[in-house]
Design a protein around this ligand. Sequence first.
Ligand SMILES: [Zn+2]
Length: 226
Amino acid sequence: MLSDLLNVLYPPVCCGCRNLLGTGERVICTQCRHELALTNYHLYRETEAASKFSGRLELAFVSCFVYFSKSNIAQKLIHELKYKGQQQIGELFAYWYAADLKQVPALEQVDYVIPVPLHRRRLRERGYNQVDRFAQTLASALGATYNDTLLLRNSYRKTLTTKNKSERLGQAGGIFGLNPFSDTPPGHYLLVDDVLTTGSTLTQCGQVLSRIPGVKLSIVTMAMSV
Ligand SMILES: [Zn+2]
């Protein structure tokens, strides 16, 4: 009753195109869903995503759900997720992608799902980490433990453009760190982010997680920028 009334007062619209959602549609309409350009990277070993980490990180598996480009539907949806509080988009992406990821032998045993953290100041400003719902939903679908307290972001600044290259490299190592109060058992850690661009943030996070004795590391993101 109440939900019927709310639907009349605030009819649910698609987060992608703003058209009214039809019966059975949730968050995103069928047309926008079909517009998402799937990478299908989970089916291959040699991919553009994997090449971004080659020689930088030892990874068991790396994949991205969809392609992200200027003004495409993925870009619109992730903008809604990141800046408009539409966190259900992350959840939906994870539901859809988990169905594929569960078929991947390399992900049969995932122990921990770790979101790329925001600095606590950014978290306060935004009120949420845009990666959390995606990461949480993937963790429960894969039977893994979600852990958003192990990896910490120490630096507020995202880019270090004023430094020269060697200073940047020197400082980059310190942006992320392991929480000294967290347990770090051996196991398969799946690191999760929203958009893979150059891979430098994920590489820095991955290098920190690689310090855990007996760690196996994989990466999944919602999208890859092309
Ligand atoms: Zn739509």
